[in-house]
Write a protein that binds this ligand. Structure first.
Ligand code: ZN
Ligand code: ZN
Length: 317
C-alpha cells in the first residue's frame, strides 16, 4: 500500500543515501515501485495524471518526493503547480502538498525574490479553492534542509497535510489524497495561478465563469500532448477551408509542427464539479488553420463548423 511504502521511504532514506547512488536498489524501489503503487490510487479518478517519484538525478536529493502532474499544467516538478508528497528524512515526516515548480521561478527572479513570488502564488492558489484548502493545513512545512530546492518547496507549499512514518492513519491518508487531487483539478479549472486580470484580458470578458471556461479551453488547445493526440487522430487539413499545408505550402516537416491549430470545440460544462474528463480525443476537437480558428472563436457557437463553412462559401460552392 502507498502509505506503507512512503513510510518506508521516510524511515530508510537517511540510511540509503549513505550508499552509492548508481544502481541503488532503494532508488529503484522509489522510482519504480512507489510510482506504480501511486498510479493505482488514480484508477477510479476521472483524471489522467502523470506520476513520478524521485530520489534525485545522479546524486541523492535531500528531499525525495512523489509527484502527480496534470499534463495540461506541467509534466515535471520544475514548472507549473502539482500535487506532491515531500519527505523530511530527519523527522521522518511525509507532507502531502499542493506545490509549485521552483526551478522556473528561480530562473526568472533569483532564489531569494523567487521564494517571495512562490509564497505569494501559494497563497493565491489556496484562496482560489477555499472549499478544499480549508480542510487542509496552510502553515509552513519543515523539510529539514536549507538547500536551494527544498527551501523552494517550503515557499511553494500552498496547503496540505503532515503525516509521520510511525503513525499514518490509513483512512484519512487516502481520503486526503483524493481530496487533494480534486483540489488540484478544481484549481486548474479556475485558472491555476494566473491572476484574474490577466485571464480576463486574454478572454476579453468580465464574466468570471466565462473567462475560466475560455482560459481552460485555450489551455487544452495549446497543450502539447493534446495537440499530438489530435493530429494523430484527425487528418492534418483545415476542416474549415480545406487548407492542406502539404499541398498548399509544400510543408514536409513534422506532423507536430504543421501550421494548423487544434480547436477544442466542445463547450466545457460542470466546471466546478471536476467530475468528468475534460475532453475526448478526437470527438471534442477540430483541426483548423489559424485564420479559420480565429474566425470560429468569433462565432456564438464555437462548435458550429457548418456556420464557419457558410462564411467561406466562395470556397465550398
Ligand atoms: Zn482554414
Ligand atoms: Zn479554439
Amino acid at each position: 500500500m502507498l502509505h506503507q511504502m512512503l513510510a518506508r521511504l521516510a524511515r530508510e532514506y537517511a540510511h540509503a543515501r549513505v550508499k552509492p547512488f548508481a544502481e541503488s536498489e532503494f532508488g529503484n524501489f522509489v522510482r519504480h515501485d512507489i510510482a506504480i503503487e501511486a498510479k493505482k490510487q488514480l484508477i477510479f479518478l476521472p483524471f489522467a495524471l502523470n506520476v513520478k517519484a524521485s530520489v534525485g538525478a545522479g546524486v541523492w536529493a535531500s528531499v525525495p518526493w512523489l509527484g502527480f502532474f496534470d499534463p495540461l499544467i506541467t509534466k515535471s516538478a520544475t514548472t507549473g503547480f502539482y500535487v506532491v508528497y515531500l519527505i523530511n528524512p530527519h523527522t521522518q515526516d511525509i507532507f502531502l502538498s499542493l506545490n509549485q515548480g521552483t526551478t522556473q521561478v528561480y530562473q526568472e527572479f533569483g532564489e531569494s525574490k523567487g521564494r517571495e513570488v512562490l509564497k505569494r502564488r501559494a497563497q493565491d492558489m489556496a484562496l482560489r479553492v477555499p472549499e478544499f484548502s480549508k480542510h487542509f493545513n496552510t502553515s509552513e512545512i519543515n523539510l529539514g534542509s536549507t538547500a536551494s530546492l527544498p527551501t523552494g518547496y517550503v515557499a511553494g507549499h500552498s496547503f496540505g497535510r503532515k503525516y509521520n512514518a510511525a503513525s499514518i492513519d490509513e483512512g484519512s491518508f487516502y481520503e486526503d489524497l483524493q481530496q487533494m487531487i480534486y483540489a488540484y483539478e478544481t484549481l486548474i479549472d479556475r485558472g491555476g495561478s494566473t491572476p484574474s486580470d490577466v485571464m480576463q484580458e486574454e478572454a476579453g470578458s468580465k464574466d468570471i465563469e466565462e473567462t475560466r471556461r475560455y482560459i481552460l479551453s485555450r489551455r487544452i488547445e495549446r497543450s502539447e500532448s493534446v495537440r499530438k493526440e489530435v493530429l494523430k487522430a484527425l487528418p492534418p487539413i483545415c476542416q474549415g477551408c480545406n487548407l492542406d499545408p502539404a499541398i498548399h505550402y509544400n510543408y514536409s516537416g513534422k506532423l507536430q509542427n504543421t501550421p494548423l491549430d487544434v480547436h477544442h470545440s466542445k463547450p466545457i460544462s460542470g466546471l466546478s464539479e471536476g467530475e468528468t474528463r475534460r475532453y475526448q480525443v478526437p470527438d471534442d476537437f477540430m483541426v483548423l488553420c489559424p485564420t479559420c480558428h480565429r474566425m470560429i472563436h468569433k462565432q456564438n457557437n464555437t462548435a458550429d463548423l457548418q456556420a464557419l463553412k457558410e462564411t467561406l462559401q466562395f470556397l465550398h460552392k
